[in-house]
Design a protein around this ligand. Structure first.
Ligand code: FA5
Ligand code: MG
Length: 345
């Protein structure tokens, strides 16, 4: 019996050391130490032993059982550690692999132009103002020296909502709104970017919805030369020193005198092509000295104050700056177009 127990111990430990995984190890535990296992079987024969032999055999049986148990425990620890190592090895991250590029969106070219122009004017002491897109006829026209039956209203075909409200045709109503808020006290120095709407036929340089940036400066002794200097700084900064600029006399009911500013065509360089309609120039903005009537209507004393204003077409500027041949590209959201403006930061 003693031998049989020793044999079982050797046999069990041998199997334990050969077991390759936790399941095998558990099977060994069940088969050797379980109720139906060979040790229990051997111990059943204890009844046949003498009173002196019995405790000795009992102690031996316990020793064998303990030896097997601790053998199993040790092996289990070993197998578990190995499993962890294996798992870690399988999950190793190769830090030397190049990363996958993350696709990000980017600012729309019009947003970029607006931000660039805003920065430029903020640098010159302007603040940014806003006004509603659905505007009162009063601010869009009347307060700008365009009474109801003024023929110049035809210059900007409008989308009316009611008789008194319309989609603003220009950002100039923000001039009137801002001056009103200032309560006759200067100085005023704002720019105002925003959407405007006109019943224009869409073509390469016209859209029925486009963006403008309005500028307004009101103060004492503001002169035409201040306007010219400001616009020159703006144009050179945006288009580069070598781009040609011209100021051309024009008419707006809310400015006197009025000028329009053209930039030489980016496509033909001034020779004349389909984009500039054979003129060699692309008009980017209207401007002038604020009409005394406009100052007075918004509560400013036109004897004390003078001012200049301008309204630039954002799309036209973006077209010139980026060489975009059709204004409609800005609105059709073709990613092949938009990806050209991807900024890698
Ligand atoms: C105006 O809208 C005046 N409010 C500008 C102004 C402001 C004059 C302050 C004096 C003082 P005009 O209608 O010319 O002016 O439009 C201004 C600019 O908007 C144009 O120079 C052009 O760049 C752009 N623009 C006009 N119509 C369209 C259109 N349909 N699509 C795209 N851009 C346009
Ligand atoms: Mg014009």
């Amino acid at each position: 019996m003693q031998e049989r127990l020793k044999e079982l111990q050797t046999e069990a430990l041998e199997k334990v050391s050969q077991s390759a995984n936790l399941k095998e190890l558990n099977d060994i535990r069940v088969s050797y130490l379980g109720k139906k296992g060979p040790i229990t079987e051997v111990l059943k024969g204890m009844g046949k032993l003498s009173a002196e032999e019995r405790p000795m055999m009992g102690a031996l049986a316990n020793e064998v059982r303990d030896a097997i148990t601790s053998g199993i425990e040790e092996k289990q620890k070993h197998l578990e550690e190995a499993a962890v190592h294996e798992k870690l090895a399988a999950e190793t991250i190769d830090v030397t692999l190049p990363g996958r590029p993350v696709k990000t969106g980017n600012h729309h070219p019009l947003t970029r132009i607006i931000e660039e122009i805003e920065d430029l004017f903020i640098g010159m002491g302007y603040t940014v103002a806003e006004g509603p897109e659905v505007e009162k006829d009063y601010y869009n026209f009347e307060a700008l020296n365009l009474p109801k039956d003024h023929p110049a209203r035809d210059m900007q075909d409008s989308f009316y909502i009611t008789e008194e409200t319309l989609l603003r045709t220009q950002t100039s109503p923000v001039q009137a709104r801002t001056m009103e808020k200032h309560d006759g006290k200067g100085p005023v120095k704002i720019i105002c970017p925003g959407k405007v709407f006109r019943r224009d036929n869409d073509d390469a340089t016209h859209s029925h919805q486009f963006m403008q940036i309005e500028g307004l400066v009101v103060g004492e002794n503001i002169r035409m030369t201040d306007l010219k200097g400001t616009l020159e700084v703006f144009a050179k900064k945006l288009f580069g020193e070598d781009r040609e600029i011209r100021m051309r006399p024009s008419f707006f009911p809310f400015t006197e005198p009025s000028v329009e500013v053209d930039v030489s065509c980016f496509k033909c360089g001034g020779k004349g092509c389909n984009i500039c309609k054979k003129t060699g120039w692309i008009e980017i903005l209207g401007s002038g000295m604020v009409h005394p009537n406009v100052l007075e209507m918004s509560g400013f004393d036109s004897k004390k104050y003078s001012g200049f204003a301008f309204g630039m077409g954002v799309e036209r500027i973006a077209m010139l700056k980026y060489g975009v041949e059709d204004i409609r590209h800005f609105y059709t959201n073709d990613v092949r177009f938009l990806n050209n403006f991807q900024v890698h930061e």
